[in-house]
Design a protein around this ligand. Structure first.
Ligand code: PEP
Length: 249
């Protein structure tokens, strides 16, 4: 049975004291309530070392990773650096990286590959923008993103990837895909993997939904058969909402 996952993406939020407080609150909550899902906090690079040293009850992910091994790439953080801090994985190809940093599907694929080579779990994000959805191109877009970034991996490698489908029009907008829209595209992504790698591999990959998930809408979305949890932005920034989302499982 594939993993159910509730993952936070803090983005560029929180000072060190605020980050330490929320990480401790998550830890405390998980100690008191054994969760039925895996819990991940995707947090800014600067807090990773501290977080990994202090918290063992949930996984810690970076929000990005360099596609390069090492060298003259000012400001970048390599997979080797992350593993040396014992970080568990990286969010890769988030729509904000695609939009503001012009990351291409090929670069995102290289990031996924280097993460895997270094024992990190890649959380690969895909999803269409509003114009693409309106034009009925969402299947085509998600297919291209997924095939270019992931389909050069072996079956063993792709089984270690977590996919987060995040329609860009639903991120931070308060607008959510309906549970039916999420199910439809999650099932489609799984069918692409099944066609390339077989049903057993496809059934082992967790596919999360992201886009304005909150305690009030999570239950219905997470109950869909091909939705294996959520990647959560805004509602991961306070313990009340984040713990309520964990409790959904
Ligand atoms: C995200 O940034 O991945 C996200 C889903 O954000 P939000 O939950 O705030 O829409």
């Amino acid at each position: 049975m594939r993993k159910k996952i509730v993952a936070g993406n803090w983005k560029m939020n929180k000072t060190l004291p605020e980050a330490q407080l929320l990480l401790s609150e998550i830890d405390k909550y998980l100690q008191a309530n054994s969760p039925k899902c895996e819990v991940i906090a995707g947090i800014p690079f600067v807090y990773l070392e501290n977080a990994k040293a202090q918290h063992k009850n949930f996984k810690i992910f970076s929000e990005d990773i360099s596609e390069h091994k090492s060298g003259a790439y000012t400001g970048e953080v390599s997979a080797e650096m992350l593993t040396s801090l014992h970080v568990d994985g990286s969010i890769i190809g988030h729509s904000e990286r695609r939009q503001y940093h012009k990351e291409t599907d090929e670069q995102i694929g290289a990031k996924v590959k280097i993460a895997l080579e270094n024992g990190l779990t890649p959380m690969f994000c895909n999803g269409e923008v509003l114009e693409e959805r309106k034009a009925g191109k969402h299947f085509e877009v998600v297919k291209r993103q997924t095939e270019v970034a992931l389909f050069n991996l072996s079956a063993e490698e792709i089984s270690k990837v977590v996919i987060a489908y995040e329609p860009v029009w639903a991120i931070g907008t308060g607008e959510t895909a309906t549970p039916e829209q999420a199910q439809e595209i999650h099932a489609y992504i799984r069918s692409l993997i099944a066609d390339k790698y077989g049903k057993e591999v496809a059934d082992s990959v967790s596919i999360l939904y992201g886009g304005s998930v909150k305690p009030s809408n999570a239950k219905e979305i997470f109950s869909k058969p091909d939705v294996d949890g959520g990647l959560i932005g805004g509602a991961s920034l306070n313990i009340e909402d984040f713990s309520a989302l964990i409790k959904t499982y």
